[in-house]
Design a protein around this ligand. Structure first.
Ligand code: 1GP
Length: 249
């Protein structure tokens, strides 16, 4: 119980910024290459695999991916877009509420439907407030998010504080997969200063420089997805740059 959360907590306490590799089942063009790709990510030190995406995902493909990842002793975490992506093959699930959605289904409905299913498995839940910033891409469209403008730090802080007061552990500041611009460092810095939530961020992070800037601003966990498929060497460089950072508090 609590294994994945403790693992994350320990690394953060040691002063590390974590990197999570997002594998979107719908975007993996050739599953036969997945083992080699994930092995490089693992060897470079990615801290966990996040598996999920908004469109075109089947439980079957998700399970196949999880079987391939079984060789690696880092957590495999489901990043769900809906209730159809729960499987006991994963170690944990980001149990998320899309805080800035106008649709109650994404705020609390899917969670209620999913809870009894999760209870029957050993899958650990990581309580996460999910906040969509900027353009927000497909996730914003499907999730009916009232997106937070990139510069509206006050709104991001207010939502994050609310998430903290409701007892959540993580806040995921999401710019949307493939976003032209990641979440701005200033927003991350301010959320970090004003709340005690662990910050996950992703969406549009494509260079080691951006990743470093975001990590030093105070993100605890950096997620990259698209770049793994489009330019693996770059993705590995991003991991390398994140590994170099040590935060002292
Ligand atoms: C999307 O935050 C993730 O949910 C990652 O985004 O695919 O743009 O890296 P990218």
């Amino acid at each position: 119980k609590g294994k994945v959360k403790n693992y994350i907590q320990r690394l953060i306490e040691e002063g590390s910024v974590l990197h999570f590799s997002l594998l979107d089942p719908d975007k993996i063009s050739d599953i036969s290459k997945l083992y080699d790709i994930t092995k490089s990510l693992y060897n470079y030190g990615t801290n966990a695999f996040l598996i999920g995406g908004t469109l075109g995902i089947s439980l079957d493909k998700l399970n196949k991916i999880l079987e391939i990842l079984d060789d690696f002793d880092i957590p495999k975490i489901i990043f769900p877009s809906n209730i159809n992506l729960i499987t006991e093959k994963a170690d944990a699930i980001l149990f998320m509420s899309l805080l800035n959605s106008d649709d109650i289904y994404y705020v609390m409905g899917a969670q209620v439907a999913a809870a009894p299913i999760i209870k029957k498995t050993e899958v650990e839940t990581l309580s996460t407030g999910y906040l969509i910033i900027g353009n927000g891409g497909t996730a914003a469209h499907i999730g009916r998010a009232r997106v937070i403008p990139y510069d509206n730090i006050d709104l991001a802080v207010a939502y994050s504080l609310a998430a903290e007061y409701m007892g959540m552990n993580f806040i995921y500041l999401e710019a949307g997969s493939g976003a032209l611009e990641p979440v701005k460092p200033e927003m991350i810095r301010t959320v970090r200063k004003t709340t005690s939530l662990k910050i996950i961020t992703g969406g549009g992070i494509r260079t080691p420089e951006k990743a470093t800037e975001i990590a030093t601003a105070g993100a605890n966990i950096i997620v990259t997805g698209n770049i793994i498929e489009s330019d693996l060497t770059k993705a590995l460089k991003i991991i390398e740059s994140i590994k170099k950072i040590k935060i002292s508090e």
